[in-house]
Design a binder for this molecule. Structure first.
Ligand code: ZN
Ligand code: ZN
Length: 217
């Protein structure tokens, strides 16, 4: 299969969130995944990259609606006039983003993310000539999704799977056994060479996590 999509990674300050831009460099189309920008400098870095690559942003996608992943939704939605996508089961989290800020002791006053449409397990999101498949893997949050690009062999994992770890399940709507079984049934069957880009920390692969992740034994 032919390669289509590229990834740009922005490691940002709010809990070390990774914001991703997945884009087709030939068709000049891209999506912003988990806009965690929380200051003007981070906003500028993201916007400068998009302008430099001359990208049309077709969608903004939230892997889930924790504050670090959704705090920049309204800024980029307005700037790029793009729809914001998330799983319906995380709506209560999104509506409670101010409470999330308070819970984590943040002094920022985040804007409630306005979700334009809901995405579900099995949905395909087009990005230029490439595509991302939505897999619903609840447990870290009820509406956590990951995005799988079969032809380019990568997975945007949100806070579902990390290098050597998995998402925490002690927050609102968390469910440890659902998370473990979702990872085992939906992610581990993917090819070993699939690169996993998590919401925090360094990339890994499905093969590496199969061998070394202590939570999946
Ligand atoms: Zn999270
Ligand atoms: Zn996170």
């Amino acid at each position: 299969m032919e390669k289509h999509l590229k990834i740009a990674i922005f490691q940002l300050s709010l809990f070390g969130i990774n914001t991703y831009i997945v884009f087709d460099p030939i068709k000049h189309e891209g999506v912003i995944i988990d806009p965690g920008i929380s200051n003007p400098r981070e906003e500028k870095a993201l916007i400068d990259f998009i302008n430099r690559e001359n990208l049309k942003i077709t969608n903004i996608i939230n892997t889930h609606l924790h504050i670090d992943h959704a705090i920049g939704d309204s800024i980029v939605a307005e700037k790029f006039e793009a729809p914001v996508l998330a799983h319906e089961d995380d709506l209560p989290l999104g509506k409670g983003i101010v409470q999330q800020a308070q819970m984590f002791g943040l002094t920022t006053n985040p804007q409630t993310p306005e979700i334009t449409s809901f995405i579900n397990d099995g949905d395909i999101i087009k990005v230029g000539d490439g595509e991302l498949k939505v897999l619903h893997v609840p447990g870290h949050s009820p509406g956590s999704i990951v995005l799988y690009d079969e032809s380019d062999h990568f997975l945007i994992a949100g806070d579902v799977l990390f290098k050597g770890s998995i998402g925490r399940t002690d927050l609102q709507g968390g469910n440890h056994s659902a998370l473990i079984s979702g990872i085992k049934t939906k992610l581990m069957p993917l090819p070993d060479n699939t690169i996993v880009y998590p919401g925090h920390g360094e990339p890994t692969t499905i093969g590496e996590e199969k061998l070394y992740n202590p939570f999946l034994r």
